[in-house]
Write a protein that binds this ligand. Structure first.
Ligand SMILES: *Cc1c(COP(=O)(O)O)cnc(C)c1O
Length: 373
């Protein structure tokens, strides 16, 4: 079955009460038990499982080609859950450039609990190989990666990891299951901030983990989800399952508009550099074409000629692009990333990150052109 069809049907729950086509929202925290002690509908208590969470998890697993999915209350709760599957003294590799808070979580929160972390350039296989230690248990990738949209080779890294008994997890938030399926490329674990493209309307916080297979990691993850308790509430699960239904269409449009704008921006005299994996000038464009054959998503980073002050001036002149953090919604956003990340950030000061929404591409160009003037 094609993804467009899966996205619509994999999340549907048939409603026996009223025959509703749209899935009902089950807010009940608890479910009835039979005289023999069993739970006839399969649910006991909503922290353990809930029909709306089941529907969302089923849809996510189907779209990623995984065996099992787990939904959490935010993207970072999902990242935390993976780390919580590990033991004190385990070592993980994380990208030197990537979503800032994921690295901070590993360092600030998991560090004192005994998780060892090394940051490495995930575009360099030799550097990854050299950073592996006897106690390395996990390689955490993000591709395309925040905020420079670098690409790491999921297939090559998974092959290397597998040969040493190391698991590979991929933060697939920017590509979404529509444009990239890390499990098909050999990864063991996929993570999404469903807050972004999967929700798609900037009104739900959520995270998900999809496991390639049911194994000791997926068992452990299930226990972490239930016992650490950072599960996702039924209303948000409903909204995310609804978001999944239009995800294939939205990603097509986000990608098409972003590619058009990236090409125009590259020729603009006020621009120093455009970072977009769909451009021939992107250093890993050939790899991106293999990993993301159906589009390069809607995120573009631009470096403005001049310094931080010039970049912030451009951001403040934009009208359709609103200045805000986050990405993946129907509305376009612009963000001066360095000032959001804080003083330790390595992001260039003249960099603006654009999340290309679903407005008409000509209106978006007009706005960028006047902002850069
Ligand atoms: C937003 C984001 C996260 C974190 O998700 P939250 O829902 O904000 O916790 C993780 N990774 C990437 C790539 C993101 O964009």
């Amino acid at each position: 079955m094609k993804k467009e069809t899966q996205a619509i049907h994999a999340t549907n729950l048939l409603d026996e009460t009223a025959g509703a086509i749209a899935t009902p929202i089950f807010l009940s925290t608890t479910f009835t038990r039979d005289a023999d002690g069993s739970y006839p509908k399969g649910h006991m208590y909503s922290r353990n499982s809930n029909p709306n969470r089941d529907a969302l998890e089923k849809g996510l697993a189907a779209l990623e080609g995984g065996a099992k999915a787990f939904a959490f209350g935010s993207g970072l709760a999902a990242v935390s859950a993976v780390f919580q599957c590990m033991k004190s003294g385990d070592h993980i590799l994380m990208p030197s450039v990537g979503y800032y808070a994921s690295m901070k979580l590993a360092e600030e929160i998991m560090g004192p609990w005994g998780l060892q972390m090394t940051q490495v350039n995930m575009e360099d296989l030799k550097a990854i190989k050299a950073a592996i230690k006897p106690n390395t248990k996990l390689i955490w990738l993000e591709t395309p990666a925040n905020p420079l949209l670098g690409i790491s080779d999921i297939q090559a890294i998974s092959k290397l990891a597998q040969s040493q008994g190391i698991k590979v997890a991929v933060d697939n938030t920017i590509a979404t299951p529509i444009l990239q399926n890390p499990i098909h490329l050999g990864a063991d674990i996929v993570m999404h901030a469903t807050t972004k493209y999967i929700g798609g309307h900037s009104d739900v916080l959520g995270g998900a983990i999809i496991m390639r297979e049911e194994n000791e990691w997926s068992e452990r993850l299930k226990r972490v989800q239930i016992l650490m308790g950072a599960t996702q509430n039924p209303l948000d699960c409903y909204l995310l399952a609804r978001g999944l239904k239009t995800l294939p269409l939205r990603m097509r449009e986000h990608s098409a508009s972003a590619l058009t704008l990236a090409k125009r921006l590259e020729n603009h005299p006020a621009i120093e550099r455009v970072h977009y994996p769909g451009l021939a000038s992107h250093p890993q464009h050939e790899l991106a074409k293999i990993q993301m054959p159906n589009g390069f998503s809607g995120m573009i980073s631009i470096q403005i000629k001049g310094d931080e002050k010039n970049a912030r001036k451009v951001a403040s002149k934009l009208k359709l692009f609103q200045q805000a953090t986050s990405l993946g919604g129907v509305e376009s956003l612009v963000e001066h990333r360095k000032s959001i990340e804080g003083p330790a950030s390595l992001t260039p000061g003249n960099l603006l990150r654009l999340s290309i929404g679903l407005e008409h591409v000509d209106d978006l160009w007009e706005d960028l052109d006047q902002g850069l003037a």
